[in-house]
Design a protein. Sequence first.
Length: 200
Amino acid sequence: MRARYVALEGVEGTGKSTVALRLADHLRSTGRDAIVVREPGGTPAGEGIRELLLHGDHMEPWTEALLFAAQRAQLVADVVRPALAAGIWVISDRTVYSSLAYQGGGRGLGVETVRTVNAAGLLGTWPDLVVLLELDPAIGLSRQSTADRIGAEGVHFQQRVAETFAELAQAEPDVFRTVAADRPLSAVVAAVVDIVEQRW
Ligand code: TYD
């Protein structure tokens, strides 16, 4: 069976990183090769851009959106496409859908405009499945130990992001599955594994 590109998405503090690692462990233990990548980052250029994005001073919304798209183009070309071509599943801690929700919705740049800008660098490689971990943004923020530049935008910004994720999930039911993340991580992992197993 061909390898799949699976996205874990959601607001801050939903446990995406841990869930991504556990899902990859599950795939490997059932005979499928898998890697975990994170955005922004995952390549030398991407890690440099990550530093600019998360730890810099004020940035114009479009500078931010284009830098996210830039690191993504590099990651897709250098890591995601070669892995999929080699039969290796790619589990991604955030993807283009974070840009649609944070820059398109949160920053107000518009989901469709941000989608168009990102499409050029993706070369047609969009996630096969997006698992949206749903959590009240206020709870997610309270789980964060340190906030980066975007994580520090506050709860109203996070609410716009959460609303945009929910709208995307409604608009793209074939791609999205939602999982409640306001429960122990083991239950969230089990639900995500179940979704992947049912799908493929
Ligand atoms: P990170 O610490 O990796 O994520 P998390 O909060 O999930 O632990 O920080 C990534 C931050 O960048 C997070 O606030 C979400 C934001 N982001 C965007 O605004 N747009 C994007 O396209 C991506 C990938 C992330």
